[in-house]
Design a protein around this ligand. Sequence first.
Ligand code: NAD
Length: 344
Amino acid sequence: MIKIAFFDTHSYDKDSFKKIADENISITFFETRLSKQTVNLCKGYDVVCVFVNDDVSKEVANQLYENGVKLIALRCAGYNNVDLTACFGKIHVVHVPAYSPNAVAEHTMALLLTSIRRIHKAYNRTRDYNFSLEGMTGFNLNGKTVGVIGTGRIGRIFADICKGFGMNVLAYDKFPNESYGLNYVSIETLFKESDIISLHCPLTDETKHLINSDSIKMMKKGVVILNTSRGGLLDAEALLEGIKERKIGASCLDVYEEESDIFFSDKSGHILNDEVLARLISMPNVIVTSHQAFLTTEALDNIAETTIENINSYFNNDEPVKNELCYCCGNMDRCRKERKAKCF
Ligand code: NAD
C-alpha cells in the first residue's frame, strides 16, 4: 500500500483523485499547506502530494527525508516552490508537466475579453437593471498587436487563439523555436510594439520582475498586461504606478507574487493586509482571479491521472521515472542529457 499525504486539499481535488485512486493507494487529505510547521504530519507516509503554494524549501525537504518520505509528487507544472538542489540525492520529485495548456490559454483570453469589453461591469450593471452604456466603450482585438513572452505549451496556444482573432502576434522566448512559425523579436521590441502583453514563461531568477518600472517605460500608452503565469514575473508596485500614471490601460492577473497567504481561500470577512493587492483590486481597469486559470474538469482529471501514474512509476521502479524532475539543470524538458534511469 502506497501512503500519500495530500496537502492544500480542496473539494475539487478530492473529487478528481477519489475517482481514480486504486486499491494500492491510500490518500490522507490535509487541508493545511505543507510548511516547516506542518512537515511532521508526513511521518509514516511514502509520498507527499503538493500544489503551487506548498513550501518545499531546503528545511522542509530535509525534514521530509528524515521522516522517511521517498517521493514529492507535485500536482502542478511549475516547481519554483521546491528546492530541487536540497532534494537531489535524498528524495525524488515528479510533476505534471502539462495538464491542460488550453485551460490556461483560454482563461487568459477570457480575462482579456472581459476586461476590454467591460463584461464584468455589464454583468453588475444589468443585475441592477442599469442598462446605461456610459463608460463601456471597448476596442477591437482584430488588427491589434499582442506580445507573447514564453512560447511553450500555453504561450503557443494563446498565440493561436490570438491569431484566430486576427491579431498580429509578436513572440519572445529565451529558447526560440523557429519551427513554431512565430514572429520572434527582441524583448525590447515586444515591449515597445505590443498593445497587449501576455506572460507565459516560468519564474526564474532571470525572469523575476521582468515587468518592472523600466520595462513599463518602454511600453505603449494604454498597454494591457496579462499575467496567468507566476506572480513574481511582475513587480506589482510598478504595475500599480503604471496604472496610476495612466500608462497601463488595463491589467488582468490570475497570479500574484504574494498570493500564497491570500489566494485559494475565502477572505471575504477579513481586512486585506496587502495594500498593493487591495489597491490593484480597487482599480476599475484591473481584474484579478485567484489562480484559477487551470481549473477545468479536463485539467483536474489530467492532474489526478498523471500524478497517480507518476507515483506508480516510481514505486514500480520504472527507469526513468515518469515525469521526474532534473535536479541538476532544473529543466527536464530542455535537458540535453538522455534520461534512461532515475536521476540518482
Ligand atoms: P513551458 O515549459 O511549456 O513553456 C515555458 C516557455 O518559457 C518555454 O518555451 C521556455 O523556453 C520559455 N522560457 C524559459 N525561460 C525564459 C525566459 N527567461 N524568457 C522568456 N521565455 C523563457 O510551460 P507552460 O506549460 O507553457 O507554462 C507556462 C507557465 O504557466 C508555467 O511556468 C507556470 O508558471 C504557468 N502556469 C500557470 C497556471 C495557472 O493556473 N495560472 C497553470 C499552469 C501553468
